[in-house]
Design a protein around this ligand. Sequence first.
Ligand code: SF4
Length: 183
Amino acid sequence: MNYSSERIADLLVHIVRRSVQRSASELTSAQWSALRFFAHANQFSRQPSAFASYHGTTRGTASQTVKSLVKLGYLERSRGLSDRRSAVFDVTPPGMEALNTDPLKTLVQTIDDLPQEQRESLCASLLTFNKGSQEVGAKTHFGTCLNCKHFRQSSLNSGFCNHSAAALDVYEIDKLCCKFSSI
Ligand code: SF4
């Protein structure tokens, strides 16, 4: 099997689009994307503007999506830990429950079922694509602490973010961040 790079890129987009559309749920694919984003993002990133960059949409559209999830009781506004003046949005218990029916779960299960070696190879390829998008000038870049040049490990279960001058516990280290910069 030897697909051209164009064919692989096309297949990748097709699989992802099909995975997020396969649902008769009450939420649109943009709402699912937002709910996932706010469930996985760290304290510096749970804002509509970061979601707009992540989802490749305008701030206005992202705000409308966030508002609709607040109205459904899936997101709630709170004060940011890192900047008490700016609002962040947290997923509520009903929002976490809704994520149990996320249409992306089928794809997650397929990835779970891959042999370890294939999973690691897939992950390495995706991290390379992510780094590539940073190098071609994507304005905001997303990733997690262990692959970020701003991260310093301080103990087994904690670290420090040099960009935000903030201590990070083990729970935050694995979250998606909009301040990320690839090593
Ligand atoms: S170390 Fe990097 S990924 Fe982690 S919080 Fe800081 S900027 Fe974000």
